[in-house]
Every structure is written in C-alpha cells, then in structure tokens.
Design a protein around this ligand. Structure first.
Ligand code: NAD
Ligand code: UGA
Length: 476
C-alpha cells in the first residue's frame, strides 16, 4: 500500500488531483512540489482568494486536508526522496524552437523531472505520467533515468492521463467517466499499476478503472482531446453554412445530438475552442503522425486547428463588416476566460479577436468576472508581440483598452457588445434597463458568439443581434 506521494507541478491538474486523492485516502500523505515558489506560497496562503487556481469546490477540500495529509512545498529533492510514488503533473507546452517547433510537445520540464528523480532517489519509485505526453514518452523517461540513477534503485513508469476539464475539475475528479492506467505488461509493471488502482478504488467504481498497455494509455489522452476538439470544429464549420442558408445551428445541434450514436455533448457553437490543451495536443498529434510518415492523417487532424482559427477570423470579420468601420468604435467585450467558471485565459479566443479589433482602431472595454486586469493586459501584450509590433506600438494599442470591474460599467455607452465567454452573469443582464442607460442614440449591436442571450427579447427591445450560425437572425 502506497503511503507517501509526491506530485511535481502545483497547477490546474496537480493540485486539484492531489487534493481529491488526499480527501479520499486519509492514510496517504501527499506533498505537491513546484519550482515556482510563489505558486507554492499562494497554495499555503490562509486566504483562499490567493489560491492560484480557482475551481468550484477546491477551496473547501484544501481547507479540509491541507497540513493534515496534503502539503505544499518548494523542497522538491526532499519530497522526491521520501515518496514511494511520484506524479509528474508539469506543463508540456508546444515547442517554441528547435526540431518540431510550433507542433511538438516541449518535454524540457518532464526531462528535468526525470533527471532530478533519478539523481535524488535512494529508494524504489513508481513514476506516474499525469501530464499529457506524446506516445512513447515512457521510453524516453526510462533512458534518462537509466543514465542518471543510482545502481540499486528501481523505477517503474506508468501512465495515468488526466481527463478533468477546468471549471468542473472537482466534479470530474469525484465522478470520473473513466480512469486510465497503462503499464508495461511485466510482473513489476502490473504490480505498479495495481498500487495506483488501489488508490483510485477508494472512490471510483472498479469497472471505470481501465487498465491497458502504456502506449495505448499515452495515446488515448491525445486522441480523446483531438476528438473533443474535432466535434467543436465540426459544429463551428457547420455554423458558417447555416448562416448562408437561413438554417439555425442550435437546431442542427439538437437534431444531430438526438442520435444516440453521436450524442449531444460538445456540439455548442463558439468563437473557437480555447484552453491550454486542445490546440497543443492536436498539434502534437500532427507532429507524431508526420514523424511516422502519416502525412494524410496529420493533415486530417491539422484541419481541426485550422477551422478553429477560421472561426475566430470569421467572427472578427462579421463584427468589422457589421460596424462598417472599426476606427473609433467603442466595443464592450464580455468575457475573457476560455470558458465560464475559470480564471484561465490560455488560448482564449478573446485574445486574438480583441487584438484584431484594437489593431483595426476600435477602443475596447473588457469585463470578466474572474480574470484579473493584469492577466488581460499580459495576454494582449504577448499576442501583439507575436505580431512583431514594437513596444511603442503595443503601448499605444493598449491605450485603447479599458478593463472594467463591473458588467454594468462595461455595457454602458458602446457601439457594440461582443459576448465571448458564456458566463451565467451575461444571461442575466437587464437589457431593458441597459437600453435606458445607454447614452447612444443608436443602440449597440450585440454579437453573441456563445448563443446564450434571449434573442427574441433583445429584438423586441430594438437591438440588432448576431448569433453564430443563426441564419435568419444575422445583422444585415
Ligand atoms: P500548469 O502550468 O498549471 O502547472 C504546471 C506546473 O508545473 C507549474 O506550476 C510549473 O511551475 C511546474 N513545473 C514545471 N516544470 C517543473 C519542474 N521541473 N519542477 C517543478 N515544477 C515544475 O499546467 P496544467 O494545466 O496543470 O497542466 C499540466 C499537464 O496536465 C499538461 O501536460 C497538460 O496538458 C495536462 N492536462 C491539463 C489539464 C487542464 O485542464 N489544465 C487537463 C488534463 C491534462
Ligand atoms: C478539455 C477536455 O474537456 C478535458 O477532458 C481534458 O482533460 C482537458 O481539455 C485537457 O486535457 O486539458 P478544458 O480545456 O478544460 O478540458 O475545457 P472544455 O470544456 O473541454 O472546453 C475547451 C474549449 O472548448 C473551451 O473554450 C470551450 O468554450 C470550448 N467548447 C466546448 C466549445 O466551443 N463548444 C463545446 O460544445 C464545448
């Protein structure tokens, strides 16, 4: 029975996952370590407002288990050495340079962990791949470990990819559809797998714990994300057709989703999927396909990302052509996070769409219930830098942006309102009252890229409204 766990990486995956294991396995001591000391300090804060990741339900669990059997520490070496099982939950972004640049996963963090574990460990360890990794990473880890380990220490690597979604992390961890565990099909490999099964068995029904070979487990994670994203690109691509044909995308989603062979999940149109993983994991899959000479397969998956970029550009163009001229237009941006109920903005469609609006002369007022002002400015700056703009130009563009702390401030006095994140708060706007408060002679155009607003009500109040893929309600 495992008694001591170390998790490297105190991010969106590491902390919620370890918090739930700590809650369900009170006899296991878990320490989450991270090279980012300020992140560890924030998790140790007495004020949950300081926690770096906001997830419904997470604060309560941390309050219950922290400093009982869940600990946060910057002393990585110590906790590696003391543990029996080590989870790798470090980030694996897309490579920015070198072989595979722009596609392959950057495994620098993973390699560093493997080296550190091998160098430090004085007792046997089970290493659990929790990060999303290219298929056959375990082979690479073995090579690194064998090069750096002490002679009498044994390591077993198993794969246990994470399927939680942000905003519902705790719910997903409590009631996982499935837990995948992949191992070498050797006696020691299977024993390592069983020790992790015993942990999950504390709250996950055994039939949902799926055991498989390690390569299937690694590849299943990339494949699952690719197929989820593929559904979004499929429905978003169809939204372009419904707009041309007076069909309605919501009706299409309903019709398609009622076929139980297809299912009704992940058929919501949007300004394109965001989040830290879909794009990077598909690009990684594309790279892997190319490595194996599977060009047609690579191109098939690449198209999912290309359609996502197309959807973002399409929305920008719709706003631009509806307003005729963007220069000096005041536009309210509702929502910055990549989906509701999270403060995560990584790859959010709000970033390229808003940047294109300011580059084309619009002034923006931006409101998000959870994302901090400095994060929004950072996101815009990074995006504008990627367009090779110089610091002076970036400063001037940022001068066109105001971050609002309330929704009503954001809504007042603008030429257009664009809903980019599906926050519940946006569905509760008193549009009648907002109509009275507006100083404009003309009511603002409303672009609802999440199809969450009551379009009939808005139209009855005199607003011109665009909803994605809603063929007969598009602004003419
Ligand atoms: P994150 O950036 O929030 O957290 C990763 C943490 O690892 C950071 O705090 C970083 O400082 C730390 N770290 C990196 N290298 C380190 C090292 N060598 N030593 C110590 N600490 C180190 O990332 P995340 O969103 O939690 O994602 C982690 C992995 O899980 C990725 O592979 C991702 O694809 C995968 N994943 C993410 C999600 C999600 O919803 N975010 C869901 C499933 C899987
Ligand atoms: C996604 C997967 O759902 C998780 O299973 C996976 O573990 C995780 O990626 C990961 O590997 O990181 P996440 O990115 O947190 O989770 O959030 P999703 O709910 O999948 O949403 C991703 C993006 O797709 C969001 O921008 C969302 O608005 C968009 N989306 C989602 C749509 O545009 N339409 C939909 O129907 C569903």
């Amino acid at each position: 029975m495992i008694r001591k766990i170390c998790c490297i990486g105190a991010g969106y995956v590491g902390t919620p996952t370890m918090a739930v294991i700590a809650l369900k396995c009170p006899n296991v001591d878990i320490t989450v370590v991270d090279s980012n000391k300020s992140r560890i300090d924030a998790w140790n804060s007495s004020n949950s407002y300081d926690f770096p990741v906001k997830e419904p339900g997470l604060d309560d669990i941390i309050k219950e288990v922290r400093n009982k059997n869940l600990f946060f520490s910057s002393n990585i070496d110590k906790h590696i050495d003391e543990s029996e099982m080590i989870f790798l939950a470090v980030n694996t972004p897309t490579k920015k340079e070198g072989e595979g640049k722009g596609f392959a996963a950057d495994l620098t963090n993973i390699d560093k962990c493997a080296k550190q574990i091998a160098r430090i460990s004085s007792s046997n360890k089970i290493i659990v791949e929790k990060s999303t990794l290219p298929v056959r990473t375990a082979e690479r880890l073995k090579e690194i470990i064998n090069k750096h380990r002490k002679n009498d220490v044994n390591f077993e690597i198993i794969s246990n990819p994470e399927f939680l979604a942000e905003g519902t992390a705790i719910r997903d961890l409590f009631k996982s559809d499935r837990v995948l565990i992949g191992s070498d099909q050797t006696k020691v490999g299977l024993a390592a797998m069983e020790s992790l099964v015993n942990i999950y068995k504390k709250w996950i029904p055994e039939e949902r714990i799926i055991k498989m070979n390690i390569w299937s487990s690694e590849l299943s994670k990339l494949a699952s994300n690719a197929m989820l994203a593929q559904r979004i690109s499929s429905i978003n691509s169809l939204s372009a057709i419904t707009e041309k044909t007076e069909a309605k995308i919501n009706e299409l989603s309903l019709a398609i989703g009622k076929d139980h062979r297809i299912g009704d999940k992940f058929l919501n149109v949007s300004p394109g999927f965001g989040g830290s993983c879909f794009k990077k994991d598909i690009l990684n899959l594309v790279y892997i396909c190319r490595q194996y000479g599977l060009e047609e397969v690579a191109e098939y998956w690449h198209q999912v990302v290309k359609i996502n970029d197309y959807q973002r550009k399409r929305i920008f163009n719709i706003v631009k052509s509806s307003l005729v001229e963007l220069k000096n237009k005041k536009i309210s941006i509702l929502g910055w996070s990549f989906k509701k109920d999270t403060n995560d903005t990584r790859e959010s469609s709000a970033i390229p769409i808003s940047s294109d609006l300011i580059i084309n002369g619009a002034s923006l007022k931006i409101y998000d219930p959870l994302v901090e002002k400095k994060q929004i400015i950072q996101d815009l700056t990074t995006y504008l830098e990627s367009k090779n703009l110089n610091p002076k130009e970036i400063k001037s563009f940022l001068g066109q942006v105001k971050i609002q702390s309330t929704l009503s401030e954001c809504l007042s006095n603008s030429n257009a309102i664009i809903v980019l994140t599906e926050w519940d708060e946006f569905t509760q706007v008193d549009w009648q009252n907002n109509r009275l408060n507006t100083n404009n002679i003309n009511l603002p155009y409303i672009f609802d890229t999440r199809n969450i607003l009551d379009i009939q009500l808005l139209k009855s109040l005199g607003y011109e409204v665009f909803q994605i893929g809603n063929g007969d309600n598009t602004i003419k």
